[in-house]
Design a protein around this ligand. Sequence first.
Ligand SMILES: Cc1cc2nc3c(=O)[nH]c(=O)nc-3n(C[C@H](O)[C@H](O)[C@H](O)COP(=O)(O)O)c2cc1C
Length: 360
Amino acid sequence: MNLETEILGIKLKSPFIIGSGPLNYNAEGMIRSYQNGAGAVVTKTIRDNAAENPYPHIAYSNKDTLVNAEKWADLPGEQWVEKEIPKAKEKGVIVIGSIGHTPREVKNWTAKVDQAGADMIELVSYSKDTMIDMVKQAKKLTDKPVLVKVSPNWNSPVKTALKALETGGDGITAIDSVGPVLRIDIEKEKPLLGSERGYGWLSGSAIKPIALRYVADIASKTEKPVVGIGGVTTAKDAVEMLMAGAGAVGICSAPMIRGIQYIDKLNNDLDKLLKKLGYNSVKDVSKVALKNLYEKEIKNKLSFQFEKGKCIKCNRCIEVCSYQAREFKGDDLKLDTNKCHYCGLCATVCPTDALTMVDL
Ligand SMILES: Cc1cc2nc3c(=O)[nH]c(=O)nc-3n(C[C@H](O)[C@H](O)[C@H](O)COP(=O)(O)O)c2cc1C
């Protein structure tokens, strides 16, 4: 299958966009991401002053999840616009220039990042209050598409996203990493990160449900494109993100943790998975779940289906039942309907889909 897609008039060879982060620390990083299969790359966030990071500032947290206290780009803005972006463009990379975090900095950098060759601009801010003015500034200074990056740490991310679009923003990137958060090294009795109080930001697998919810909320309310980013680690995650309303899928932690070649595996896996699910293109699958996000609660009880042949007797369905409603009678899985609260957990832990829920 062709994984090509398009966002705001820019053709992408793959729907995977490498989000702003350490993989795109300079031209070499961006070129490496692109040559390993990314559809586009977002620069580290460009600001007036280069960042000085605390040490250490990135730690593995648990399964496919990171905590980090990495600030914006640690290279000066001038270097980005004079050297790094043009060098990546010479190699044919689709570059999204990330600019933060204040209207003044947007004023200082937007035209320069545009002229350096960036295909799009992405605005990022720690505070929702500055975002609307940042959008206004950027739209005065460039004709290239402007994406607005939404932070789940703002107090009203969806409202701000929609206001930014009304102000002229062309699309949304959702979401930034989540925090502040804390992890402690129990041998050393101290935080994993060297930041103030050891606090950092959570990214990767753990934040996927948060990202999906914001993507779905925003995509339900606008026709403008959403780049869904947050916790995508597998092709299944990417399909989930597309179904929730994304037009392209950002990844940052996954290729950091699993290595840059992992982008190519994601492309191959996504290709196979879309075919298996019966979709002909990335566009085909975008937003398909939105129609099933009902405003009303579902009140009809579930029905379960059990396929003996698929069961490996791992007993997970029995272990997770808080109500002790399940037991095996020989090879058959029995349900005590008086005890069952129809929560559905048993079917969702089944590793082989022997136990499934049926829509009534
Ligand atoms: C180490 C690290 C550094 C990051 N730096 C930036 C940054 O400079 N600008 C930005 O907008 N987002 C930054 N992010 C956030 C990512 O672009 C992304 O929104 C977030 O990590 C969620 O995606 P993920 O779960 O795929 O990692 C950073 C993330 C990590 C892990």
